[in-house]
Design a protein around this ligand. Structure first.
Ligand code: ASP
Ligand code: MG
Length: 465
C-alpha cells in the first residue's frame, strides 16, 4: 500500500485534478490511499466566512461559501460532462454539504460567537468538497473507489483547531475502515487535515495539516511509501530565489530534513512526517506536473549514512550577534549559567553559541529585548551588539568527519570573512555568521563549490587521491 497526498495547488482546478487522476490510476497496482487538501485557497475562504459570520456579517460569509462551492460545482461539471450519473451524485453531495455549512454560518451569525469547535466544523468543508469531486472523477474513469470520511479514521483529542492525533486509535480504525477496501483493489480517497474526536466532533490538525494526515495514515497502514505531491521537484539544494542553480536533492535523512526546516528551508515540517519516519517509511516529495522528473526521498533507513559532503544549504536572517566579554569568565565555574539565566528570564532564545576564554558570542532574533538584557548583564559582562547578520548553513550527515568540507567551505567563501563559525555541535551542521548583505553571495559561492557538477567531480577526485 502507498499513500499519495496532493496539496491545494495540485487540486486547484479541473485540469490539475485530471493530472492527479492520471497519477493515481497509474499507481493502481500499489493499492493507493489518496489524501487531498482543499482546492486552492478554499480553506482561507472558509476561515474568512467563519470570521465574517462571527462578526454578524452573514452576507459576506455566505458569499465566501458560495464561491468555494461554485469552484467545486464548476470543476465537477467540467470533469464529469460525460458521466451524468456521477455528476448528479456529486452535485447532490455538494448541495447537502452546502446546506449544512449555511446552517453553521447562520447559527454563528445569530449568536455572534465562534467557538473553535464550530470553526473546525466549518473549515473542514474544504477538504470534503475536494474529495467529493475527485472520488466522482475516478469513478467516472471506471475505477473502483471508496470515498472515506477521514473522521471515521483520524481520531484526535478535542483541541479544536490544533488537534493531536491518537495514533493507536488511528491504527485500529485504519485496520477496520481503510485496509479492507484497499485489499480488495479499491482506491481510497480521503481528506487530509480533518479528524474527529471519539464523540464524533469534527477537528482539524492545524493549517497545512494534510501532510501530517498522510504520514499518520501511512504509519497506520504500514505503507511502503508516503508520497507528498506538490509543486516543486522535491527539496532543493538551496532556495532558488537566492541560488538560481539550485537543484533537487535525491535523498535526505530525516535529521537533515529537520535541520534544514529549522533554518526555514522549504522542506516538509519534520513533526508532520514523524509518524512515517518512526515507522521506517520513506517519504517522497514530488512535482505533480512533472511526475517523471526528479524527486526527493526522505529515507529513515539512510539516517546514518555519511555523504562525504553537503546535502543542502540554507540561510536565515537577519539575526543579531551578541558578544559578551568579562575577565571574570576565566576559569570560573557557573559563569555561563549565570549569563544565560538572564536570557532565560527575558525569554530570549539563544541560537548559535561560540565561546572563547573571556568572551562568548551568540546569535539571537533581531527583535530580542536587548536593552533589558544589557541592563540585566550589567556587572557580569560587557555586551557588544552586531545587527543585520545572517546565518548561512550547510547540512549533511557525517559532516563532522567528512574530509575537506570545512577547508572547501572556507576557501569558497573567499573574501567573505565569517564573523562566527559553528561546527561540531552535531554531526550534520556547519554554520557561518556573515553580514546579511553578504549572505546571498556566500550561499552562491558555497553552492558553486559543493553543488556544481564540475565541483563535485573535482572534489571526488581530490578525496580519492
Ligand atoms: N487545507 C488546509 C490548509 O490550507 C490543510 C492543508 O492544505 O494541508 O491549511
Ligand atoms: Mg499544504
Amino acid at each position: 500500500m502507498i499513500v499519495l497526498k496532493f496539496g491545494g495547488s495540485s487540486v486547484a482546478d479541473a485540469a490539475r485534478l485530471r493530472q492527479v487522476a492520471d497519477l493515481v490510476l497509474a499507481a493502481r497496482a500499489q493499492q493507493p490511499c489518496v489524501v487531498l487538501s482543499a482546492m486552492g485557497k478554499t480553506t482561507d475562504a472558509l476561515f474568512a466566512a467563519a470570521r465574517a459570520a462571527a462578526a454578524g456579517d452573514l452576507d459576506s460569509a455566505l458569499q465566501s461559501v458560495a464561491d468555494a462551492f461554485a469552484r467545486g460545482d464548476t470543476t465537477a461539471r467540467e470533469l464529469l460532462a460525460n458521466a451524468p450519473e456521477q455528476l448528479l451524485a456529486c452535485e447532490s453531495a455538494l448541495a447537502t454539504m452546502r446546506e449544512e455549512l449555511q446552517v453553521l454560518l447562520r447559527g454563528t451569525a445569530l449568536l455572534r460567537e465562534l467557538t473553535p469547535r464550530t470553526n473546525d466544523a466549518i473549515v473542514a468543508h474544504g477538504e470534503r468538497i475536494a474529495t467529493t469531486v475527485f472520488a466522482a472523477l475516478l469513478q467516472a474513469r471506471g475505477a473502483m473507489v471508496t470515498h472515506l470520511d477521514a473522521r471515521c479514521v483520524l481520531r484526535t483529542d478535542a483541541r479544536f483547531g490544533a488537534a493531536t492525533p491518537i495514533r493507536p486509535a488511528i491504527a485500529a480504525l485504519a485496520a477496520q475502515h481503510l485496509a479492507p477496501p484497499l485489499a480488495t483493489g479499491s482506491i481510497v480517497v480521503t481528506q487530509g487535515y480533518v479528524g474527529s474526536t471519539s464523540e464524533g466532533f469534527t477537528t482539524t490538525l492545524g493549517r497545512g495539516g494534510s501532510d501530517w494526515s498522510a504520514a499518520l495514515l501511512g504509519e497506520a497502514l504500514r505503507a511502503s511509501e508516503v508520497q507528498i505531491w506538490t509543486d516543486v521537484e522535491g527539496v532543493l539544494t538551496a532556495d532558488p530565489r537566492i541560488v538560481p542553480g539550485a537543484r533537487p536533492i535525491l535523498t535526505l535523512s530525516p535529521a537533515e530534513a529537520a535541520e534544514l526546516a529549522a533554518f526555514g528551508a522549504k522542506v516538509l515540517h519534520p513533526a508532520t512526517i514523524q509518524p512515517a519516519v518512526e515507522a521506517g517509511i520513506p517519504v517522497t516529495v514530488r512535482h505533480t506536473q512533472r511526475p517523471l522528473g526528479s524527486f526527493t526521498t526522505i529515507d529513515p533507513r539512510r539516517a546514518t549514512t555519511a555523504r562525504n559532503g553537503l546535502a543542502a544549504l540554507a540561510t536565515r536572517g537577519p539575526v543579531t550577534v551578541l558578544t559578551m566579554t568579562s575577565t571574570r569568565m576565566l576559569a570560573a565555574s557557573g559563569y555561563l549559567a549565570r549569563l544565560f539565566a538572564a536570557f532565560g528570564e527575558l525569554g530570549i532564545c539563544v541560537d548559535l553559541v561560540v565561546t572563547a576564554e573571556v568572551a562568548v558570542s551568540c546569535t539571537v532574533e533581531p527583535d530580542a529585548p536587548l536593552e533589558r538584557l544589557v541592563q540585566a548583564l550589567d556587572g557580569l559582562a560587557r555586551v557588544e551588539i552586531l545587527r543585520d547578520r545572517a546565518i548561512v548553513c550547510g547540512v549533511g550527515e557525517g559532516l563532522r568527519t567528512a574530509p575537506h568540507v570545512v577547508e572547501r567551505a572556507c576557501r569558497a567563501l573567499g573574501s567573505i570573512t565569517p564573523e562566527l563559525i559553528g561546527f561540531g555541535g552535531n554531526e550534520r551542521n556547519l554554520s557561518f555568521v556573515v553580514r546579511q548583505s553578504e549572505a546571498a553571495l556566500a550561499m552562491q559561492r558555497l553552492h558553486a563549490e559543493f553543488f556544481a557538477e564540475r565541483a563535485n567531480r573535482a572534489a571526488a577526485a581530490e578525496v580519492s587521491r
